[in-house]
Design a protein around this ligand. Structure first.
Ligand code: SF4
Ligand code: SF4
Length: 72
């Protein structure tokens, strides 16, 4: 298991990305309307979680269900 976790204290939300499941397709980067995700060495990361508007597009777009969002 290599599940990475990002938290927003201001929003009270959490995003987890399972890097074993992430295939680096960048769908999450493309669908997120506020630029939460950045690719690092072929895996998605969520450094800009404080910008999240909780639309759940990332969770729905990921083809491998690698993304878990506390609001979705
Ligand atoms: S959409 Fe899923 S598989 Fe594709 S880069 Fe994002 S987390 Fe990885
Ligand atoms: S829930 Fe929406 S705004 Fe938040 S990270 Fe996912 S796509 Fe971006």
């Amino acid at each position: 298991m290599s599940v990475k976790t990002w938290k927003s204290e201001s929003l009270g939300i959490e995003i987890q990305i399972d890097h074993d499941k992430c295939e680096g397709c960048e769908q999450c980067v493309q669908v997120c309307p506020v630029g939460v995700f950045e690719m690092v060495e072929g895996k998605s990361t969520a450094p800009n979680i404080d910008q999240c508007i909780q639309c759940c597009a990332c969770v729905n777009a990921c083809p491998t269900n690698a993304i878990t969002h506390s609001s979705c």
